[in-house]
Design a binder for this molecule. Structure first.
Ligand code: UDP
Length: 318
């Protein structure tokens, strides 16, 4: 959300950010953005009434697979119920242009990779199910109420954009966790399972650079059409195993990165790789920084340059 905001501001747009900072980070709010602090359902009516909004980029969600398995109620409330409030408020204020952060997790365990947008959607966890429910909601509002919408199904977003990078109170994502090891904040990285049906047995993911992801949002916003809900995958088309990501971080940082085997994480599919050819053909999306060495390099520059401040979240604990 913060990188999209920064890139939109650079492109000349006025940006109002709504955030309750339950997981977000105040340092990541661009200084040129207007900030409305509060829970989305509570503040959306007032914000749409007073801020002259003509488009919404909806990234507000809970997004942790493991947490969604143990606490599904959080996901149905924060993701589905809140999104319904947002859509109703947009409808009431005649704001039609929407870009929604959907996810690869809507597909579940794919029958074939790379995954096309026409693949079956069978999420393996409540997180993916909650995002799929919102995608269905958006489709029906587009055809019934003239919403102009695009859902972007993110694969594994990583990297950093200048001073905006991954900085969470409780980190669960692979690349920032390995970088915490390189920084000396964490002793080792745990590998969640080495018995998947992949080349080295560890899970394979498709990593996309956050700056390229932001570009896709702008392309979508500028081309949305009333009554239409488009769905695009966003990834690189290449998959990297957990072992390969660890090797890349070793190479980039020069740190040995001790690693230890741990059980599989519940709800994790073996392989997720996107076909992004639809958005490339239809919107001309051409990723510039989406290759693993660049992603890890940019994430490491962010982490290394900010040092302890890169983990300035008040509740940070490695
Ligand atoms: N992973 C891991 N160790 C960790 C964190 C993640 O082995 O400490 C694995 C995880 O099981 C998954 C991959 O790395 O296969 C990417 O996980 P992440 O949480 O970054 O993204 P997800 O694919 O769940 O959206």
């Amino acid at each position: 959300g913060s990188v999209c905001s920064a890139v939109l501001i650079e492109a000349g747009h006025n940006v109002t950010i709504i955030d309750d900072f339950s997981t977000g980070n105040r340092d990541a709010v661009p200084s040129a953005a207007h900030l409305v602090e509060g829970e989305l359902s509570q503040v959306i009516e007032e914000t749409l009434s007073t801020h002259n909004i003509n488009a919404v980029v909806h990234c507000a969600a809970r997004s942790l697979v493991g947490e969604s398995v143990s606490h599904p109620e959080l996901y149905w409330h924060a993701n589905v119920v809140t999104s319904l409030h947002l859509l109703d408020a947009m409808r009431a204020h005649d704001v039609r242009n929407l870009v929604f952060s959907s996810t690869a997790a809507t597909y579940g365990e794919p029958d074939a990779v790379p995954i096309l947008e026409s693949a079956a959607t069978a999420p393996t966890n409540p997180y993916g199910a909650s995002k799929l429910a919102i995608d269905h909601m958006i489709s029906s509002y587009a055809s019934a109420h003239g919403l102009a919408a695009t859902s972007l199904r993110y694969f594994n977003v990583a990297g950093a954009y200048g001073t905006i990078g991954e900085n969470r109170a409780v980190e669960t994502h692979l690349i920032p966790l390995i970088l915490q090891v390189a920084l000396g904040h964490r002793e080792k990285i745990m590998i969640f399972g080495d018995d998947y049906a992949t080349a080295d047995g560890t899970a394979v993911r498709d990593y996309i650079h956050v700056r390229d992801l932001a570009e896709a949002h702008i392309l979508a916003l500028e081309s949305n059409k009333v009554g239409s809900h488009r769905i695009y995958n966003l990834g690189s088309g290449d998959g990297y195993s957990v072992q390969q990501v660890i090797s890349q971080v070793r190479e980039t940082t020069g740190h040995p990165i001790p690693a230890e085997l741990a059980p599989r994480r519940e709800g994790d599919p073996a392989t997720l790789i996107a076909s992004s050819s639809k958005i490339s053909h239809e919107l001309g999306w051409t990723p510039q920084r989406t290759d693993l060495p660049t992603i890890v390099h940019d994430a490491w520059e962010f982490t290394r340059n900010l040092g302890p401040a890169a983990h300035s979240h008040p509740n940070y604990r490695p």
